[in-house]
Design a protein around this ligand. Sequence first.
Ligand SMILES: NC(=O)C1=CN([C@@H]2O[C@H](COP(=O)(O)OP(=O)(O)OC[C@H]3O[C@@H](n4cnc5c(N)ncnc54)[C@H](O)[C@@H]3O)[C@@H](O)[C@H]2O)C=CC1
Ligand SMILES: O=C(O)C(=O)CO
Length: 381
Amino acid sequence: MVQVWNPNGKYRVVSTKPMPGTRWINLLIEQDCRVEICTRKKTILSVEDIIALIGDKCDGVIGQLTEDWGETLFSALSRAGGKAFSNMAVGYNNVDVNAANKYGVAVGNTPGVLTETTAELAASLSLSAARRIVEADEFMRAGLYDGWLPNLFVGNLLKGQTVGVIGAGRIGSAYARMMVEGFKMNLIYYDLYQATRLEKFVTAYAEFLKANGEQPVTWKRAASMDEVLREADVISLHPILDKTTYHLVNKERLSIMKKEAILVNCSRGPVIDEVALVEHLKQNPMFRVGLDVFEDEPYMKPGLADLKNAVVVPHIASASKWTREGMATLAALNVLGKIKGYPVWSDPNRIEPFLNENVPPPAASPSIVNSKSLGLPVSRL
Ligand SMILES: NC(=O)C1=CN([C@@H]2O[C@H](COP(=O)(O)OP(=O)(O)OC[C@H]3O[C@@H](n4cnc5c(N)ncnc54)[C@H](O)[C@@H]3O)[C@@H](O)[C@H]2O)C=CC1
Ligand SMILES: O=C(O)C(=O)CO
């Protein structure tokens, strides 16, 4: 149930799951690591399962967003001599960073490499919901199509409508750009910070459209999230999950959205109150959702699976081959960097040098979220 690579390696690195590609394994082996990969069929490993994997001596662990990395696991890792953990994910709401700090364990994540892939899935869900693709597909397969009809699966036109983005960070901004440029939608966004590059992009695109005699697109930074919910026709959620974003979309907020709006969630399930959402979908058949994430993954709240106005996929937003291999590489290099005493890369938004397969990666950890708390040195590169 454990696959071992380079058994005589000096440092023991455990991966709680097999991960795509082989580059991440090779990079670890080249730096004298013994790599142990858990191959158990059980999808979600418990804290006890992971304690058993850590054992008595473990220098670092690569883990998954389904695992509960809190006090118990960080103390177990620390007892085994480990100082490094990396999630194979950009989101790390499954990690208690304070507990990691207490045991001096560096916590890595994998930003950037999944930005476009995740935004593309959000765009796919937006289109699937707007054009009722899943419903129509089911209809065809059921043999119900008996000829073209003026009223068959009529959906929403995106062009000229308003796309709303909540959390215009890396992924939210990439999604906004796709929807604005791809479908000539106007943008309204809400974030704690100004998305300057996104604003500049939309302004430049508007100029381009105007110069070509077309209606220019517009953008607005909303003063509140409610403003986005009231005004947008398609709304996509891209904030981190923390105390401030738990149930950000609840019963009251659903009620202020347009009756024919589309809501997409590729962030984390608990950002939406899913029970309230199921009720809202039942009451408003023209309201549609595209969901990649769920409040109690892997489960859906009762009733959701029966609703035709919901498109649901199993947390696959980052699932492209290039991205998943890149995530594995970044996670492995986060752990390796700490083990080898390398500094932390100065800009986690500029991770390309780590992904170039033709040259060795920089001697740094690409992204350590608690580097400041641990006082880790920063790379000058
Ligand atoms: N479904 C999936 O497979 C994936 C999900 N994700 C999720 O997407 C999240 C975002 O990823 P990135 O864009 O790379 O992170 P990011 O840090 O670049 O963007 C997050 C944005 O949310 C904003 N934000 C934080 N609190 C907010 C609030 N209360 N209201 C509005 N905005 C708020 C931040 O200011 C920031 O701009 C991750 O934390 C993760 O949970 C990421 C990748 C794949
Ligand atoms: O990276 C993340 O946060 C995910 O959800 C998986 O890609």
